[in-house]
Design a binder for this molecule. Structure first.
Ligand code: GLV
Ligand code: MN
Ligand code: MN
Length: 453
């Protein structure tokens, strides 16, 4: 049984072809507001982001891993990811960032601050996608951060803190880059095969990192002043309520198990129905039980069986073993524990009744993380100053920001996802919402720069 291969489906050198000059585009990058309508002055600095340029970068970037249906296959460590990283590095250098790749394969671009001794203020996201994903989940916060840096440069605005734009590696396959920074990454994950076909260890090497030195990438409290991530909502709340900016209050915790249902393989034609130990039947009952247990208590927790594989996996053999993933998410880790406890009890009953014992093994854990209250205020202040409607909301999706929360205060900004669609080729956010979100990112960053030590 190849668990490593199963995990490939569960988890889902600096890039090639740096583009050289011209990423910014002729006539852009030096004159404030170029290419867009005249910008109203930003309250503190006069700086505003250039929405037209940011939207064009997003469009250009969508070619990396583009699919015929409009979506992207830019899975972490794939050739498309590598090529996209090359483009992003070129862009970061063009806006004046000093770029390096850390031991985990994260791309980090630094801009100096004015006050000696202050830790960096981080902003960024990821650029990898799920298979058949969209071009907004990750790239918005990544290119949005680069746009903020370019806008500051155009406006001649310096920050007290150094700025660090971070493009985290392998967010979709387990938040590898940010969890290395947080000291949450478990070394056994290096062996897991990802949707690119490479293991995480191979992938880190491919991206220019060093899996043997991951401990050196760890950051502790004091190593960063704070972190801000702009992201698409990936849900329907903002669109339904006609609100432009989501002020994230907290990010769900996530726990994932592999369930193995142990049956007995035998001939599908000659084994009477009352003499079978059918692992698939046990798995089917467990799928139903996961849904039932998650719904049995009030709250917004969710549970998913996203992957199932039967062995030997042919029509004429009763499955002798079935592997499946179980994922539970909730804003409170206690809720996850209680739901997982209930699922464990159900698994034991099903195993006994069906003659197919079930073993459960955790392979991924990501802690829930509230955002820092000061960052919520700064995001709200920036949205107010720009005249954008806003509301507070939780995040049901996982984000690199929740890893960073282990060593630095963080905040997140959401913009509407049309139709609430994400992790889907039709994922889309409107250009005006993207511009609004990036301007709020800029405004919140400047507020944090003044408010943080
Ligand atoms: C990441 O997008 C996740 O929520 O799984
Ligand atoms: Mn994301
Ligand atoms: Mn995602």
């Amino acid at each position: 049984m190849d668990r490593r291969r199963f995990s490939k489906q569960v988890l889902t050198a600096l890039g090639a072809s740096a583009l050289g000059p011209g990423v910014l585009g002729a006539g852009e990058g030096r004159s404030p507001g170029s290419g867009g309508p005249p910008a109203a002055p930003f309250p503190q600095t006069g700086a505003r982001i250039n929405g037209r340029r940011l939207n064009r970068w997003l469009e250009e970037f969508s070619r990396f891993g583009r699919r015929g249906d409009g979506g992207v296959d830019r899975m972490a460590f794939s050739d498309a990811d590598l090529a996209g990283r090359g483009w992003v590095v070129a862009l970061m250098e063009e806006v004046g960032l000093e770029v390096r790749v850390d031991v985990a394969g994260n791309i980090i671009g630094t801009r100096a601050g004015t006050e000696a001794g202050l830790p960096p203020l981080m902003l960024g996201s990821h650029i990898d996608s799920v298979p058949a994903g969209g071009n907004y989940d990750g790239p918005l916060g990544s290119l949005g951060a680069i746009e903020v840096v370019e806008s500051l440069r155009e406006a001649g605005v310096e920050t007290r803190h150094p700025l660090e734009v971070v493009i985290f590696v392998n967010e979709e396959g387990g938040k590898t880059g940010s969890r290395v920074l947080a000291g949450e990454f478990r070394l056994q994950e290096l062996e897991l095969e990802t949707a690119s076909g490479f293991t995480i260890g191979e992938g880190i090497r491919r991206m220019g990192g060093d899996p043997d030195r991951l401990a050196e990438g760890r950051r502790v409290v004091g190593d960063a002043a704070g972190f801000l991530e702009l992201h698409v909502e990936q849900g329907q709340i903002l669109e339904r309520e006609g609100v432009t900016i989501g002020v994230v209050e907290g990010i769900v915790g996530i726990r994932r198990w592999t369930a193995t249902v142990h049956g007995a393989a035998n001939h599908a034609g000659t084994t009477p129905m009352d003499q079978r130990r059918d692992a698939m039947l046990g798995a089917a009952r467990l799928v139903e039980a996961v849904n039932r247990v998650v719904r049995s208590i009030p709250g917004s927790q969710v549970g998913t069986v996203g992957r199932i594989e039967a062995f030997p996996g042919v029509p004429n053999v009763i499955p002798g073993e079935v592997l499946m993933s179980i994922e539970v998410r909730a804003l409170a880790m206690e809720t996850i524990e209680s739901v997982m406890g209930g699922i464990g009890r159900e698994a034991e009953i099903i195993g006994r009744e069906n003659g197919t014992p079930i073993s459960l093994e955790e392979f991924y854990l990501s802690g829930a993380a509230p955002t820092d209250v000061r960052f919520r205020g700064w995001v709200e202040g920036a949205a107010e100053a720009l005249g954008h409607s806003h509301r507070r909301m939780p995040s049901g999706a996982g984000h690199d920001a929740q890893s960073v929360a282990h060593f630095a205060p963080m905040g997140m900004i959401f913009v509407p996802s049309v139709g609430g669609l994400s992790h889907h080729p039709d994922e889309y956010s409107r250009p005006e919402d993207i511009e609004a979100g990036a301007n709020v990112l800029l405004g919140a960053l400047l507020r944090a720069d003044r408010g943080l030590d």
